[in-house]
Design a protein. Sequence first.
Length: 407
Amino acid sequence: MFSKSSVFAAVAFVAFMSLGAFVFPQVGHAQCVWDCDLGSDGSWNPWGNSPQSQLDIAYCIDQGCASQNLIPILGPIPSANTSVALDVSDLDQNQTCTNPLDSPTGVYKNVTISGFVVAWLKDGSGNLVSGSPAQAFLFKKIKCATLAGSEGATTVTRAVAAKEEPANVFDAGSNITIFGLNQSPIPIPNSLKQPSGWTGCNASNQGILTGQCAFPTGIVKFPNDNFIATTLPPGPPPLPYLQGEVVRTDESTRFVGVRDCKGTAAPTPQTPDPTTIDCGSQSAATGGGQSLALREFLGNWSGATGHTFNPKSGTNSYDIDLSTLSNAISVDPDSVLGSANGGSPVSPNGRCNAMPSQDVERCFFNAKALLPGGCKTGADVTLLVTGLLTDGTKFESTDPTLKCSSK
């Protein structure tokens, strides 16, 4: 997964505004809940949507999820394909908000989650549909969420009311777009270049997707509170949802969760029709997913100040700066993965080790493994290291100063 800045540079239409920096300047980036990339949950589970016609779209939003779910099946999956950003932006002009859990003095915001993901189809038994993995782009905009709580312990929530119009909850443009043959705007591996099995999309005689194809995502119009209680129940523990909520974020636990459903495919140049969204019968649960906002740490390749990355070299150290963490929290050394320039994530050589005197976790990576395709001398090298902390949260670490030196 690229860092935020790399992904946003590649995707000019991704709007971004930090609620943390906007509302609480002193804690915005440090808390890193709304202005950070998202990680998957602690079990690397993909997100998804309620099945329609016995097919469910699953998708990974970070490299850990892709590594756990797809690499054993497909081989290399570049980490750059799985970045998602969370944005709590200002309301649309002239937008009127109603939220059944709000007080009259509630502070309203729109929540936008967007970025490149790796998507695939699941059959009715939850198994991966062979040939379906694809590059995709996710865009979800939830309207009129409520900001509440105190500094360092804020929540952002959005609940639905009976008979509320779906377009007042999820923006009509919310969708997941699947890229077909030669359609991806970013480089992708061969394993994602010819996805198949996407019913309703334009495809060749062999079933290979030939163009972009978008599925609307959002929610339905609920006829009564009983339907809401069945489809959007509270919890279950440890999930913190209240009944009827389609989005919930919690600054103190770094939790970010969305519950939604999908609609009928719309091949390019059609526009996805949100009125086709279907959550199934009253016994069907909605889709979506749960994530943890990633903590961001600086990193240092090879321990130098003005240093370079030589893709022809062997094993080098990478220091993760943990000086902003409590001494009670450390890195889970078995969870660490590294990638360079959007390449496939690799494990360190041996076990990472804590260096308490320097406030760092030191891991060793093989430069050739991180960047097997090499790089041009003088070019920037985007080195990304991710993993779990011992408190259950996730992190990403980058070295912003790296330049290629292939001599």
